[in-house]
Unconditional design. Structure first.
Length: 376
């Protein structure tokens, strides 16, 4: 079986695409009859361990970020894209060999001759467009997503919630969709006591993006309403503050209580989890939610949304839940989780819950999905 993994979407170590392929590729490489190939990322050098799999395609023409914006740059960019697309098609369709293209983020293979398996991560934009005023902002993405889902021989959904929502929104038969959970890297499980915290106060932790559905503004409000700033920090692991976020933090008088850890490495993120009092995950909707299982693997209790898409499916009974649209309820829940007995109970439940998620199992189910496509 020749399978081409679209690792061109991997942006950096902190991204979900990196977590996914880091967990999956080592297991796929063990399958004897699987001829695995990678599409290199233009954004970063992929780990050497991945490259024992063959590269199916390597860009030939260099990038020119120094070239000024304008007609010349646009024309050269178009020519480069057309040239590389032709080379990709030849590389992917060599020798008439039957091939499968595993798309992580709705990318189409360059030739209709190549079977497509595409990932379905969530239906956040489709479900929350009106509430978050997102209409019109994601038209191109949704068009590409729809085309990829409709063209795919099979779809891998990352949760049962995502499977249901994708089937309903895009009128796709559930029989074409396989639910395959993500997992968490083994090095997130605590093998030793974490290093002493670098912060001057104990802290609550927020991980990942903060835009739109991640509900950051209500988290900041809940932190202020609960008076947590007197004894705790709110540490946010992700990208730099936006101008809007800076104004929000100043509005609530939390300039000295919110700390940003800019795009941490996996090792740093693991350290942040292990030292935190809790993970707070206030998202309005998730297709899976990597931070939930990462925190549980690190022995960190979780407070999260009770009606946030797949969140109750993934966190199960191993989290304390709040209404993500009610900052007052959020604050009460965070206060409750700071109680040692409650926290210890959830840590224990978290260790049990995270056993449901395994990259071994995910790889086995993914290969079964591939075999179904090749048998058609």
């Amino acid at each position: 079986m020749r399978v081409i993994l679209d690792t061109s979407i991997v942006l950096g170590e902190s991204q979900s695409s990196f977590r996914y392929f880091s967990g999956l590729i080592p297991h796929l490489k063990k399958v004897p009859d699987l001829n695995l190939e990678l599409v290199p990322s233009p954004y970063m050098k992929l780990p050497e361990a991945w490259y024992s799999a063959q590269q199916s395609y390597q860009p030939l023409l260099p990038s020119a970020p120094w070239l000024p914006q304008g007609k010349i740059r646009n024309a050269l960019s178009f020519l480069k894209k057309s040239f590389e697309q032709t080379r990709k098609k030849k590389a992917f369709t060599r020798s008439g060999e039957k091939s499968l293209f595993h798309s992580f983020f709705y990318t189409l293979p360059p030739s209709p001759e190549i079977a497509l398996v595409t990932m379905a991560h969530d239906a956040t934009v489709e479900i929350l467009a009106t509430e978050l005023n997102l209409s019109g902002h994601f038209e191109k993405h949704l068009k590409e997503k729809k085309e990829s889902l409709q063209r795919a021989k099979r779809i891998i959904a990352v949760s049962e919630c995502t499977k249901r929502d994708i089937a309903q929104v895009y009128d796709i038969s559930p029989s074409r969709i396989d639910c395959i959970y993500h997992s968490v890297a083994l090095d997130f499980f605590p093998a030793h006591n974490p290093a002493k915290s670098h912060f001057n106060r104990p802290y609550l932790l927020q991980v990942g993006g903060r835009m739109h559905h991640r509900n950051f503004s209500r988290l900041v409000e809940a932190f202020a309403l609960g008076g947590f700033q007197k004894d705790y920090l709110l540490v946010c692991a992700g990208e730099p503050w936006s101008t809007e976020e800076t104004h929000l933090i100043q509005k609530w008088g939390l300039k000295d209580s919110l700390v940003l850890v800019d795009t941490p490495t996996s090792a740093k993120l693991r350290e942040l989890y292990q030292q935190a009092e809790m993970l707070v995950y206030p998202s309005l909707y998730e297709g899976f939610g990597f931070p939930l299982v990462e925190a549980m693997a690190c022995g960190t209790p979780v407070a999260t949304s009770k009606n946030g898409g797949s969140i109750p499916e993934i966190a199960a009974e191993a989290a304390l839940y709040f209404d993500p649209r009610d900052p007052s309820d959020m604050a009460k829940t965070l206060t409750a989780l700071l109680a040692k007995e409650t926290s210890a109970s959830l840590v224990k439940k978290g260790f049990e819950n995270v056993k449901r998620f395994s990259w071994d199992k995910a790889a086995e189910q993914t290969v079964a999905c591939y075999r179904r496509v090749f048998s058609e």
